[in-house]
Design a protein around this ligand. Structure first.
Ligand code: F6P
Length: 361
């Protein structure tokens, strides 16, 4: 069984489905198998800045309902870089030492940080600075963390986007419309590509493949010519306008947010095809709700895998999913490559093989 340990766990960055399932798996394995103590840290690193640090004890008999619960019971944040933390007086302060002190005050032997590439990079920097034994677990609906085929939350987001496309088919066909679904994913088109194939989109637009409006409009007209007066388009939020402009929504708290490409395309498509268009922006629906079975399996495997890495004395590692196996890789390797869609990828070829227009031909 080894020596007794006290480990911390936090969720950082945007939420997604499956975070609570990870927490359940970590608590199950750490307490039932190793008899360790697990402490939940609230509000990501913000919880470690508080005095006393804001924590939540995580007990075996309490965590079972977390298997299907969306969001994160620990809370999270995707704003306020601890190295330049916005203070009430408008100044920016480096609060990394407070976080390190908070970690040591809790007498933790290791910290499990669940986050995307941005959060993992910040957590790693703090861990290196403060001698924290950090183990990372990749999560993000964008699925853009390097070194892992899957991150938590992606599968659920694809399910939701696929369901939306399935529904849009009926209303598109009933009204002879072009229905456009704008999905999340930041600079990576994984959600649009996967959901587009599964949900039978006729046109899939992703940031990795530059498009020409003439190709999109030709696809719609070709379908009209053979009697299909409707089309379904899925577009990733970071796709630019034809002349390369990135569209952004209202800015809040100094953060820029992608959005608007769906409506831009709708106007352009109406102009060139005279088709009636409607836009659905799926937004945070993709992050909420019950995790898919795939995300539950992955979250369980990652939770157990992270505890095993700690038990084996590792730190500065992240669990990954490769060839159906959980393995550990240095966090640095995972964060140094941003995992976009490879344009030679099997799924790009699959989409083209199905006759789906990717906008470039
Ligand atoms: O990184 C996850 C993600 O959902 C992106 O797909 C999206 O661009 C962004 O977060 C939205 O962030 P917020 O919750 O701050 O609006």
């Amino acid at each position: 069984m080894g020596e007794h340990k006290r480990i911390g766990i936090l969720t950082s960055g945007g939420d997604c489905a499956g975070l609570n399932t990870i927490i359940r798996a970590v608590v199950n394995h750490a307490t039932a198998h190793y008899d360790w103590e697990v402490v939940g840290i609230k509000g990501a690193t913000n919880g470690l800045m508080e005095r006393p640090p804001k924590v939540m004890p995580l007990k075996l008999h309490k965590v079972d309902p977390l298997r299907t619960q969306g969001g994160t019971i620990l809370g999270t944040t995707n704003k306020g870089n601890p190295f330049a933390f916005p203070m009430p007086d408008g100044t920016l302060k480096d609060r990394s030492e407070e976080i390190i002190e908070g970690y040591h005050q809790l007498n933790l032997d290791a910290l499990i940080g669940i986050g995307g590439d941005g959060s993992l990079a910040i957590l790693r920097k703090i861990a290196q600075q403060g001698g924290i034994n950090l183990i990372g677990i990749p999560k993000t609906i964008d699925n853009d963390v390097g070194e892992t085929e899957l991150a938590i939350g992606f599968s659920t987001a694809v399910d939701i986007a696929t369901d939306a496309l399935d529904r849009l088919h009926f209303t598109a066909a009933s009204h002879d419309r072009v229905m456009i679904l704008e999905v999340m994913g930041r600079d990576a088109g994984h959600i649009a590509l996967n959901a587009g194939i599964a949900g039978g989109a006729h046109i899939i637009l992703i940031p990795e493949i530059p498009y020409k409006l003439e190709h999109i409009c030709r696809k719609i007209r070709d379908r009209q010519a053979v009697g299909f007066n409707f089309s379904v388009v899925v577009v990733s939020e970071a796709v630019c306008t034809e002349n390369g402009e990135t569209l952004q929504k209202n800015e809040q708290f100094g953060q820029f947010r992608l959005g608007g490409i769906g409506q831009y395309l709708a106007n352009a498509i109406t102009n060139c095809t005279q088709a009636e268009t409607r836009v659905t922006v799926l937004g945070h629906i993709q992050r909420g709700g019950i995790p898919s079975p795939t995300d539950r399996v992955l979250a369980s495997a990652f939770g157990v895998g992270a505890v095993e890495l700690i038990a084996a004395g590792h730190s500065d590692m992240m669990v990954t999913w490769k060839d159906r196996q959980v393995t550990g890789v240095p966090i640095l390797d995972a964060i140094k490559t941003y995992r976009k869609v490879n344009i030679e990828d099997t799924l790009v070829k699959t989409a083209r093989g199905l006759g789906i227009c990717m906008g470039d031909q």
